[in-house]
Design a protein around this ligand. Structure first.
Ligand code: ADP
Ligand code: MG
Length: 700
């Protein structure tokens, strides 16, 4: 017999084939179970009755009790019905645009009604559009509650009569028939020990909360379960990986590393860099494959750590590669690494989309024969034609730009998976990192090289631009260099491009040659042009670089001390922080100047204030997560996200996440293979998890 929740949704009374098809298309609801796990995204409290006198348009949905005293003319042309409603404290208009004849037939002037809706202001008067009428539409299901869930729906579903109310009613009907047959998905001993609600209780209360306390209990149970299973599968794959013991073993630190350390290293490593290198040493020497996330704020020196690890790979007879998200960055890594390795007989090569065909062919040949020790490049590295003789170590810079699948392709280039080091300047809590990026160990560089002064950040409205130009002149007179960055949401957007062009014209007029030299970098330039402009700035020949956020990642010019960000309100926090990280790399005091219009949304103002008040990347990342929420987070970090979450929120549920992780660790410690009969449910549920077929253990 089919398990009740596996039934196709079209068999649920009130759905049928047409609506079933739409439910699947619009909300991916295919079965009873899918519907039941389509949770409300918010709740309306219907326990408190408001007085009309106290209403304002700031209020959310409100419950009112009163009389309909009469109807105003329906204007035939505008198709509208208005009822005047009063409760003795005041009166308000109820307005309908649709279903007018039904309402007219059923509503009576002089009768008392309980209505429910959102007060809005229209022509200076409050009204409620399409209120719910308690006494008209009787709930069909037997289950009801005074806290009502609001469900995600779409225009097309609403047109088919499947708005939030209808979904609510379907849930009631479904729960009525399914509740007694729902199978628990957590073992009894875990439910008891962690004092969480049973699944049936939780599902009932998530849809029909019997009290605020029971709603909270239901949410806690479902979030806990969701995060528990995510952590359990991650920890299991990790256990398997550790047991598999199939990593390359970098047994020794040899001549190459030591020569570099004693003769070429241009500065003393920070304590945090040393510690990180040690951690990587231990990992790569253990015989198991390393899968490590290296976190550290912009400018903390992650590249050096990666380079020194690549030298250990050389010492053990392996090739390495380093993948960067942009061509500019890859080129810069190539140049600085080549420079650092001067005098050492190592072969370092660069491969990007614009490597010429003949050069490329030669390079690939040498790579296959093992004559190249370190290959640096962009996405071009993951193409099939790129084959190594013995790839042992992969460093991926600024990982959030690469997808999981893309990264997976890198390790397939070797019969054994190489050691993987993923570097990011977006600090995130450890548990969160593990959930987002699968099974990773985490190293943190929490120290900047000595002598760095925190960047001063200031916010100016566009009207103060004159001041800012004056300041730029002063800084340039003192020998410094300046970035001016324009937002570019999408490189092909004409509007954005226009902003950049206009900015360029203004700046070249105000900072004329020969006294000043201004260069420009953006995505539409040819590679040689881009490279020439970059080089002019890196060598200090240009005073000002006008750019798009192309330069966001990685570019390193220690003499640049001013970062002017135009239309700063259009950038996200993480991006602003990255851009600011381009300055403050030398010994001089550096400045980040955020320009914006006067009209700012609350969120934008918050972001700019945040930037002015702290340089702590960790705080900024937390604020970013909270501001954007997990939905958007999936958008930008989607690359790493290994699981879909239905109810838990990675930004706000970190406590539950930590807890769920501890429980999962304990379970696996007691029963690593989950072979104990009491854990049977766990195995069964894990195998149902959507993405479990993908093995994330080796692709970070
Ligand atoms: P990020 O971590 O943002 O990638 P980089 O690796 O680009 O930072 O390093 C930023 C700058 O700091 C580079 O110029 C690098 O040479 C320099 N640097 C790195 N480590 C040290 C150190 N221990 N002492 C001084 N300068 C360092
Ligand atoms: Mg970097």
């Amino acid at each position: 017999m089919v398990y009740i929740l596996d039934n196709e949704i079209k068999f649920l009374p009130g759905v049928g084939p047409k609506r079933a098809e739409l439910l699947q298309k619009e909300l991916n609801i295919r079965t009873f179970g899918d519907l039941l796990y389509h949770f409300p995204f918010r709740y309306i409290d219907k326990t408190h009755v408001y007085a009309i006198r106290d209403l304002s348009e700031d209020l959310p949905y409100v419950l009112l009790k009163g009389k309909i005293v009469g109807f105003r003319e329906v204007s035939a042309s505008q198709k509208r019905l208005i009822a005047m409603f009063t409760d003795g404290t005041g009166s308000i208009d109820l307005v309908w645009f649709k279903g007018i004849s039904f309402i007219q037939k059923n509503l009576r002037a002089g009768s008392t009604y309980t209505i429910f809706g959102k007060p809005t202001s229209f022509n200076g008067k409050l009204n409620i559009v399409h209120p719910e009428l308690e006494d008209l539409v009787k709930d069909e299901g037997k289950i009801s509650s005074s806290i009502q869930g609001v469900y995600g729906s779409t225009e097309r579903l609403k047109d088919m009569g499947l708005g939030t109310r209808a979904i609510h009613r379907l849930q009631g009907a479904l729960l009525g028939m399914a509740l007694p047959k729902i199978e628990e998905t957590l073992p009894a001993y875990l439910i008891e020990a962690n004092r969480v609600a049973s699944l049936g209780e939780a599902l009932l209360n998530i849809h029909f909360p019997q009290s605020p306390e029971l709603l909270k209990k239901a949410q806690d149970r479902l979030k806990f379960e969701e995060l528990f299973y995510v952590e359990l599968s991650i920890l299991r794959t990790r256990t398997k990986r550790v047991k598999a013991n199939n990593g390359f073993r970098f047994a020794q630190v040899g001549e190459t590393f030591n020569h570099f350390f004693y003769h070429n290293l241009p500065f003393e490593l920070t304590g945090a860099q040393k510690r990180t290198i040690k951690e990587i040493r231990a990992d790569t020497g253990s015989g198991r494959q390393m899968n490590r996330l290296l976190q550290g704020d912009v400018g903390c020196g992650k590249t050096m750590v990666a380079l020194m690890c690549m030298l250990i790979a050389v010492d053990n007879g392996y090739q390495s590669c380093m993948m960067a998200p942009t061509e500019i960055l890859a080129t810069q890594h190539f140049n600085s690494i080549t420079e650092m390795l001067r005098g050492m007989s190592l072969s370092v090569a660069l491969l990007t989309g614009s490597t010429k065909k003949s050069a490329r062919q030669k390079l690939l040949e040498k790579l296959r024969q093992g004559q190249i020790h370190i290959l640096i490049g962009t996405h071009a590295l993951i193409e099939d034609a790129v084959q190594f003789e013995r790839l042992g170590f992969v460093a991926i810079d600024e990982q959030h730009r690469f997808g999981v699948a893309q990264r997976g392709k890198l390790w397939e280039k070797s019969d054994h998976p190489p050691h993987i080091l993923v570097m990011t300047a977006t600090p995130i809590p450890r548990t969160l990192a593990m959930t987002l990026y699968g099974d990773l160990d985490v190293s943190v560089i929490d120290e900047l090289p000595p002598g760095r002064k925190p960047v001063k950040t200031l916010h100016f409205f566009d009207s103060k631009r004159g001041h800012v130009f004056g300041f730029m002149r002063e800084q340039i007179a003192a020998g410094r260099q300046v970035y001016v960055v324009y937002p570019l949401i999408c490189e092909s957007e004409k509007m954005d491009y226009k902003n950049l062009q206009e900015g360029w014209e203004m700046i070249t007029q105000l900072f004329p040659a020969p006294q000043y030299r201004v260069c420009m970098v953006h995505g539409k330039l040819k590679n040689e042009e881009k490279e020439a402009a970059m080089q002019a700035f890196v060598r200090g020949e240009a005073n000002i670089m006008v750019a798009t956020s192309v330069i966001e990642v990685g570019v390193n010019v220690p003499n640049a001390s001013v970062m002017v960000i135009e239309s700063a309100e259009r950038f996200g926090l993480a991006q602003l922080h990255q851009l600011r990280g381009r300055v403050g790399r030398g010994a001089e005091q550096s400045f980040c100047i955020l320009m914006s219009g006067v009209k700012l949304s609350a969120d934008s103002r918050h972001r700019l204030q945040m930037m002015c008040s702290t340089t702590d990347g960790f705080k900024i990342a937390e604020a970013d997560l909270k501001l954007r929420g997990p939905g958007d987070l999936e958008g930008t970090m989607q690359s790493g996200m290994a699981f879909d979450l239905r109810i838990a929120n990675l930004a706000t549920d970190s406590k539950i996440l930590e807890y769920a992780r501890k429980v999962a660790e304990q379970v696996l410690q007691d029963d690593p293979l989950l072979g104990d009969p009491k854990n049977e449910i766990l195995l069964k549920t894990i195998s149902k998890l959507k993405n479990d077929s993908l093995d994330y253990s080796t692709i970070s």
